[in-house]
Design a protein around this ligand. Structure first.
Ligand SMILES: Cc1cc(=S)c(O)co1
Ligand SMILES: [Zn+2]
Length: 256
């Protein structure tokens, strides 16, 4: 039983990967074992309504590139799905690898995708600020979308074109163009995958990936830098967290 292993040989426990918080019981990302996911007929369809004009700017935060949204109103929200309240879109960003063999944070049946999109939302019904929501169990909801290599993605190209400038001011961008129309998703209780790693995220992982072409991931994403101007260049790649133990959690699916 893995728990004994941890008790007997705590130093060799795989669960305490460098980036796991002590005593964490709902850490992310995880491997989604398709056959172990449980269909929940009471799960509602996810309702997504984004107002493209809430788009503010795109920037490199030294770990990924983010497109941030004006979250001072309820103009861009999600509701339904596994969620009790509506959640406001705050930003979206990606995680990707140095090569196409890996890059996503979540895996499906231990398969990595070359990249993963995260659309981060917070529970403004219950919490006054994003910062407070980050610390609460029902504070955040993140939609995860896998990227697989295939045909060119028009919507993504708008972002890719802005990357070289990165300070590029954005007028409008509707992130729903990055979300597959197939309504199927998995959902589980998890955490942020970057510090503070708080266990505040209801993860909603879309079953269907979106297709992007080789250049969109390789040229654009992998040319970004972790480093700032003047520093020795370090390409921004492999900005994903190692898999975390499922522990006492069930992944639910919205589909049979
Ligand atoms: C708030 C936030 C959420 C995720 S998923 C991330 O990678 C960074 O920051
Ligand atoms: Zn993320």
């Amino acid at each position: 039983e893995s728990h004994d292993w941890n008790v007997l040989f705590p130093l060799t426990s795989h669960a305490s990967s460098p980036l796991s918080i002590p005593g964490g019981t709902r850490q992310s990302p995880i491997n989604i074992q398709w056959r172990d996911s449980v269909y929940d007929p009471f799960l509602k369809p996810l309702k997504i309504s984004y107002d493209p004009s809430t788009c503010l700017h795109i920037w490199n935060n030294g770990y990924s590139f983010l497109v941030e949204f004006d979250d001072s109103t309820d103009k861009s929200i999600i509701m339904g799905g596994p969620l009790e309240n509506q959640y406001r879109l705050k930003q979206f960003h990606f995680h990707w690898g140095a090569i196409n063999e890996w890059g996503s944070e979540h895996t499906v049946d231990s398969k990595f995708y070359p990249a993963e999109l995260h659309l981060v939302h917070w529970n403004a019904v219950v919490y006054p600020t994003f910062e407070e929501a980050v610390m609460e169990g029902n504070g955040l909801a993140v939609i995860g979308v896998f990227l697989k290599l295939g045909k060119h993605h028009e919507g993504l190209q708008t972002l890719v074109d802005a990357l070289p400038a990165i300070k590029h001011k954005f007028d409008v961008f509707d992130p729903s163009c990055l979300i597959p129309s197939c309504p199927d998703y998995w959902t589980y209780a998890g955490s942020l995958t970057t510090p503070p790693l708080t266990e505040s995220v209801t993860w909603i992982i879309k079953k269907k990936p979106i297709e992007v072409d080789e250049n969109q991931v390789s040229f654009a994403f992998r040319m970004l830098l972790f480093t700032s101007d003047g520093e020795e260049e370090k390409r921004m790649v492999d900005n994903f967290r190692p898999l975390q133990p499922l522990m006492d959690r069930t992944v639910r699916s919205s589909f049979q």
